[in-house]
Ligand binder design. Structure first.
Ligand code: RIB
Ligand code: CA
Length: 317
């Protein structure tokens, strides 16, 4: 069975692996990439996405979207500042040849609207692995997308600690108002893959050796990108320097192997948009006596071996 998808991303290193896995796996049909400001500014997330697809020799179209969050005037904060002493973690330009292809002239927000207004795309899953600004804008302009999008997978949030603040994960923190708008939109099938799951399935240097042995352009590029992540991952998170999470690609794996995600539960989810110390927190309510109905499913664990097998299968194709 072939799953068709649109990937909305802020291409950085893990987004790049997600793009390659989605573009290469035989059971997936990546019909488009949409880009948003996030890890790096929009011009860079767009150029990086084009570089990845050119590297694969792919003609999958790239649509550039929102250059900044809905509300917050203080973003994009350069990751150099955000990352403090680890400026090299998310690079402005991926270490791939400069793109020769160009983005489409249609804005990503309009592309999302046009795509889901077309009933021929009623099966297309939307995978969002960056800040949710593009989708929030599309939903605001065309509310019917809430019932037209059949399934949304989000890389974002955390049940445990955050990676920007004690409680906030980057994608949600960058544009909390967008995230709240998306979670409250009524989209009927939302699966959230938070840091709890992505950190439960890190990719190791040994896995990169496996990818190198596969030897395809996707395998070699992904190995290099993941080795970069391992080498630059904050010591506070993994001083062993033997593995690192590849957050966004885990969402792609879940399309082919749903069982790669574990401890999946129903929650009523909202996003803190005002807290002094909690801005950007994904608030997950699982109390049996809660009155609000569940609006999301959230995975708290993941199967690392199956994740690696999925990536190897994709890169061999
Ligand atoms: O917090 C991890 C997420 O933020 C990933 O999607 C990464 O690419 C960044 O966008
Ligand atoms: Ca991302």
């Amino acid at each position: 069975m072939i799953t068709r998808l649109i990937l909305d991303c802020d291409t950085g290193t893990d987004d790049a692996v997600a793009i390659m896995a989605a573009a290469c796996h035989p059971n997936l049909d990546l019909i488009a990439v949409t880009t948003v400001n996030g890890n790096v500014p929009l011009a860079n997330t767009t150029e990086n996405s084009l570089r990845v697809l050119d590297h694969l020799g792919s003609s999958i179209p790239v649509y550039a979207g929102a250059p900044r969050p809905l509300i917050r005037p203080d973003f994009p904060i350069p990751r150099l500042i955000l990352n403090g002493d680890n400026p090299e973690f998310q690079v402005l330009y991926l270490d791939l040849p400069e793109a020769v292809s160009r983005p489409q002239t249609t804005n990503a927000v309009q592309f999302l609207i046009d795509s889901y207004l077309d009933e021929q795309n009623a099966d297309v899953v939307l995978v969002a692995v960056g800040p949710l600004t593009n989708l929030a804008l599309a939903l605001a302009a065309e509310p019917s997308l809430a019932w037209r999008i059949p399934r949304l997978i989000i890389m974002g949030g955390s049940r445990g600690w955050g990676n920007v603040t004690a409680v906030a994960e980057f994608n949600i923190w960058v544009d909390p108002e967008a995230a709240e708008a998306v979670l409250s939109s009524g989209i009927r099938d939302i699966l959230i893959v938070p840091l709890d799951a992505t950190h439960d399935a890190p990719i190791s240097l040994l896995d990169c050796d496996l990818f190198d042995s596969i030897g395809t352009p996707a395998a070699l590029a992904s190995s290099a990108l993941i080795r970069h992540r391992i080498g630059h991952y904050p010591d506070a998170l993994d001083a062993t320097k033997l593995s690192a999470p590849v957050h966004d690609a885990l969402c792609i794996a879940a399309l082919v192997h749903p069982e790669v995600l574990q401890e999946v539960g129903e929650y009523t989810a909202h996003v803190e948009t005002a807290g002094t110390h909690t801005l950007g927190e994904l608030v997950l309510d699982s109390r049996a006596w809660r009155t609000d109905r569940s609006n999301v499913r959230v995975a708290l664990r993941a199967n690392a071996q199956l994740f690696v097998q999925f990536l190897a299968d994709a890169f061999r194709s």
